[in-house]
Design a protein around this ligand. Structure first.
Ligand code: ARG
Length: 278
């Protein structure tokens, strides 16, 4: 899992507008430091044996470095994101890139935060709703990809995308911050029968869960020593990287990498757990 990733460059990374609680147009990323930080993340993926594909950022798209929101990709298919207004100009670039690289590309009929709200874990799709993703997207994703959708809601706008509150470590292990999710969503995660790692809220607040794991190596941010130690105890190779600049836009390691190799489950038409509930 997560062995083929799509990244942009950080050339045009700025804070031009405010669409999440971390952004402040008076606190701009340092351009040189941001490029270095982003390049280190890309090199670290390569060193872990992952393939990284690159797409050029557009000057009018200051958030394009966060490729995770561009789409959800799995089994050769892609559903484009439908982000908040200021980020909409990014979507045609993602459409062009994904189409040119042979993916079967679909539009999102409702607001959708792409992979930011849609994390694949084996046959499951952990899917956020109620912030940047309309709940009606869940049935669309279940039908197009065939994953079993697990609907989850974060506790507040601080966790505006699910990938700030939940991290997939391997097919049987999920990391999450209970305070970042509603009580119902925590119960839903506990019901899955997977191994759950709890991340303290102060570490989650520094983007600790916004990580990329291929099951062996976990690439994450610095500033979460307890979580990093727990992952090492579980036998993972953990690489902690500085994400000071990316944080100014409200993102971390996971946000900068759109996974291209999510496996397709058995077949389309799988029911969501939502529909199974009365
Ligand atoms: N500034 C970006 C936004 O608010 C950050 C996106 C981070 N991406 C993520 N997957 N959490 O859209």
């Amino acid at each position: 899992m997560n062995t083929e990733l799509l990244m942009c460059d950080a050339e045009n990374f700025r804070v031009d507008y405010v669409i999440n609680p971390y952004m402040d147009t008076g606190r701009q990323p340092d351009p040189v430091a941001a490029l270095a930080e982003h390049e280190t993340i890309a090199k670290t993926h390569l060193a872990a044996g992952r393939t990284v594909r690159f797409m050029k950022s557009a000057p009018e798209c200051p958030d394009m470095v966060y490729t995770a929101n561009g789409a959800l990709v799995g089994g050769g298919r892609a559903v484009l994101g439908d982000p908040p207004g200021p980020r909409r100009p990014e979507i045609p670039y993602f459409r062009t890139w994904l189409t040119a690289h042979g993916f079967d590309v679909h539009d999102a009929p409702y607001p959708f935060s792409g992979q930011g709200d849609a994390l694949v874990c084996g046959p499951l799709l952990l899917a956020g709703h109620g912030r940047r993703t309309d709940r009606r997207m869940h049935a669309v994703l279940a039908d197009l990809f065939g994953y079993e959708v697990v609907p989850l809601r974060t506790a507040s706008e601080q966790w505006y995308d699910l990938d700030l509150a939940v991290g997939v470590i391997d097919e049987r292990t999920l990391a999450h911050c209970p305070q970042a999710l509603t009580a119902d969503s925590v119960h839903r995660l506990r019901d899955l029968g997977l191994d759950l790692v709890e991340v303290p809220v102060e570490e989650a607040a520094s983007f600790a869960l916004n990580l990329v794991s291929d099951g062996t190596t976990v690439t994450m941010t610095t500033g979460a020593p307890r979580f990093a130690a727990e992952l090492r105890e579980r036998g993972k190779d953990v690489i902690e990287l500085d994400t000071t600049e990316l944080r100014k836009g409200g993102g971390g390691v996971r946000c900068t990498a759109l996974t291209l190799d999510n496996p397709a489950p058995a077949g389309p038409g799988t029911h969501t757990t939502e529909r199974d509930r009365p």
